[in-house]
Design a protein around this ligand. Structure first.
Ligand SMILES: NC(=O)c1ccc[n+]([C@@H]2O[C@H](COP(=O)([O-])OP(=O)(O)OC[C@H]3O[C@@H](n4cnc5c(N)ncnc54)[C@H](OP(=O)(O)O)[C@@H]3O)[C@@H](O)[C@H]2O)c1
Length: 247
């Protein structure tokens, strides 16, 4: 039997974050949902509670450090500790570099990269005080290879890989029982593609996803496996692709 954990999830209003929230709430964990769309967070909290689970939420834009800190505080105020912090919020508006869609570049840098760092800033001190904690960071197969049209998304996800590797080493040196896991998913069904700003690219990516993408529950299953690992060992890096996805 495992002990209930307090799990904070950024980007919990849809897709992978929502699936993790529901899966872990069903296992008895206490879930703290963070994202910008309050109506979605309310719906998910309600669904978890209707299934006899426990959840709270804080409207959170991960590009604002004070809001990310407030999300951590909400967890402490509600449940007294944080066992797991999942840096999941992200977006993927692909475009060619030559198109110079600077606003999209900046949004990816702010959410995927800065948001991950802010999550670490908000939770690390709490983990050290507790002498225990677990970061789970969402990279992507785009952390491992790049392609035309995916430069900035890949750059932010390579950064997540780099940050996670350094964080793992620093935490091992600190000896504070803080674990670090990075996930590198391939195509997963979610709202990620619907937020792409280039209609032609969105349509092409939609077709690719329709063919290959796996349900977000597969990633939730991996997170459950990660969390159920005994504390003396950590699954540090996991690549999970649809079995038929080539790259
Ligand atoms: N789907 C895939 O194929 C795939 C593959 C590899 C990696 N990933 C990664 O998995 C993570 C989750 O993506 P997903 O596929 O589940 O996509 P999704 O359904 O679009 O979910 C993205 C989540 O991020 C949140 N978000 C966006 N901007 C935010 C901000 N500024 N502050 C706080 N939250 C923000 C969204 O909520 P609000 O809009 O309500 O704020 C939403 O809950 C991302 O990091 C993505 O890069 C996805």
């Amino acid at each position: 039997m495992t002990t209930a954990k307090v799990i904070v999830i950024t980007g919990a209003s849809s897709g992978i974050g929502k699936a993790i929230a529901k899966a872990r709430a069903a296992k008895g964990d206490k879930i703290v949902l963070g994202a910008r769309r309050e109506d979605r967070l309310q719906q998910i909290q309600k669904a978890i509670e209707q299934a006899n689970g426990t959840a709270t939420y804080a409207v959170t834009d991960v590009t604002e450090l004070e809001q990310v800190k407030a999300l951590a505080q909400q967890a402490l105020d509600s449940y007294g500790r944080i066992d797991v912090w999942i840096n999941n919020a992200g977006l993927m508006p692909h475009s060619l570099l030559i198109e110079a869609k600077v606003d999209d570049w900046n949004r990816m840098i702010d959410v995927n990269l800065r948001g991950t760092l802010y999550g670490i800033a908000a939770a690390q001190g709490i983990f050290h005080e507790q002498n225990e904690g677990h970061f789970i960071n969402l990279g992507s197969v785009a952390s491992l290879y790049s392609h035309a049209g995916g430069a900035v998304y890949s750059a932010t996800k390579w950064a997540v890989k780099a940050i996670s590797e350094s964080l793992r080493e620093e935490e091992a040196q600190a000896g504070k029982n803080v674990r670090v896991t990075t996930l590198y998913p391939g195509a997963v069904k979610s709202e990620l593609v619907s937020h792409m700003t280039d209609p032609a690219r969105r349509e092409a990516t939609d077709k690719f996803y329709d063919q290959f993408a796996i349900p977000a529950e597969r990633i939730a299953k991996v997170v459950s496996d990660v969390l159920d690992m005994p504390a003396d060992a950590t699954l540090n890096e996991i690549v999970i692709r649809p079995s038929k996805q080539v790259q």
